[in-house]
Design a protein around this ligand. Structure first.
Ligand code: LLP
Length: 386
């Protein structure tokens, strides 16, 4: 959606800040994912609900036929409410509470991605008490470095996620030898916002090695879940409105050595929803500082925390003005210096009341919003999809 496509007339009557989602882009993206993944019969895509759990968005994604990747009982409920089939839900997370495990078992979800021996014992005990058999995959920590922000790398031995390579065999034996669990496969996730596809090639190589090793020791491998992580082009939302799904799935088609009957699961979040969402705010004041000019907007880190938390870049546009460009530090009203969306941002000259779009905010924007400073949670609106 380019600048002129934002319906600023319609925005006039709305209270800012709010999220604005381009449903036609979301649908195009989903169609591309379904098409590219569909080239391999064994590929199954589960949308990572944490990226955006807005019910309207979830319904679109469920309707496109994707499964759901959840990390909490709340996400399992949201996915079920949106129409995802329970058997298409996978559930990961290092700290699953008893009620969440019970909810997963009682709803009949497809898979628990188990992250430790201690967790496995609790899942087996709860399953046994309910007279159920828990479908279990093991989340393996492959000790692989991904080229991304340190806070969103997950596949290194020093990270809290997954079972270390040395322990995998023992935990796997605990799964297969127990009447209250059924072994489903192996799960991996090396990080998020990964734009170098070689990282995924490296993951494939590592998975092949691990699979060979397990088979060599007479153990089953089951299905493979490669997690999520495909990045998007935050600098160029108009030129690259969609991630390169074709090349992404191709990497796994070529790199993973699978056997007949083995399914490959994917868990993309950001790449599906980030480009279709913008945070829309109004300029409250333009303030001349000693050395900088500030555009103070009514949106803040409570609606979009990524810049404050990770120093993340989002493209910022004044969608109300066509005047000469000027440099602004774009800041919110929250009492934290980190409540800054961008420094020295080149934007068309700002006036009180102008609409500012912070782009590519559809992932980890609304879903990470908070009520800090007693601010209300943001509303969401949707383009009338063509
Ligand atoms: N699967 C697992 C096990 C995950 O932990 C994640 C993300 C995904 C899939 C989806 O990854 P994606 O395709 O969205 O990269 N709040 C951060 C990102 C945190 C990602 C956490 N895990 C951000 O705003 O950049």
């Amino acid at each position: 959606m380019i600048k002129g496509d934002f319906p600023t007339e319609e925005f006039q009557s709305l209270r800012t800040p709010f999220y604005y989602y381009d449903l036609s882009l979301l649908r195009k993206t989903l169609a591309a994912v379904v098409k590219e993944a569909g080239k391999s019969e064994s590929f199954r895509v589960h949308y990572a609900v944490k990226a955006n759990s807005n019910s309207r968005i979830l319904k679109e994604i469920a309707a496109a036929g994707l499964g759901a990747d959840c990390v909490s009982g709340g996400e399992i409920r949201a996915a079920l409410d949106a129409g995802f089939r329970p058997e298409d839900i996978v559930y990961a997370g290092v700290g699953k509470s008893d009620w969440e495990i019970r909810l997963g078992l009682e709803s009949g979800i497809g898979m628990f991605n188990v992250e430790s021996a201690a967790e496995l014992e609790v899942i087996q005990a709860i399953a046994a008490s309910l007279g159920k058999v828990a479908p279990v995959s093991l989340r393996v920590n492959p000790n692989l470095k991904a080229h991304t922000h340190v806070n969103i790398t997950t596949g290194l031995a020093e990270n809290k996620f997954g079972i270390n390579l040395e322990q995998v065999e023992n935990v796997l034996r605990m799964v297969v030898g127990h009447p209250a669990s059924e072994f489903k496969g192996l799960h991996f996730h090396i990080g998020s916002q990964i734009t170098e596809l070689t990282d995924f090639y490296d993951l494939c190589k590592k998975i092949n090695e691990i699979s060979n090793c397990l088979r060599g020791n007479g153990l089953p491998v089951g299905d493979i879940n490669v997690g999520g992580g495909l990045g998007i082009r935050y600098e160029h939302p108009n030129h690259f409105p969609m991630a390169d799904f074709k090349s992404y799935f191709e990497v796994f088609r070529k790199g993973l050595k699978t056997e007949p009957g083995q399914t490959v699961h994917f868990e993309p979040g950001r790449s599906i929803v980030a480009p279709c969402g913008s945070l829309i705010s109004r300029v409250l004041y333009v303030k001349e500082g000693t050395s900088r000019r500030f555009a103070i907007i009514d949106g803040s880190m409570t609606e979009l925390i990524r810049p404050a938390l990770y120093g993340a870049y989002h493209r910022i546009e004044n969608i109300s003005s066509d005047e000469t460009e000027e440099l602004y530090d774009v800041v919110g009203p929250v009492c934290e210096s980190s409540d800054t969306f961008g420094k020295a941002v080149l934007m068309d000259r700002c006036h009180r009341g102008d609409f500012i779009a912070i782009r590519s905010a559809g992932a980890y924007g609304e879903s990470m919003s908070s009520c800090y400073n007693c601010r209300p949670l943001p509303a969401s609106y949707f383009s009338s999809a063509k």
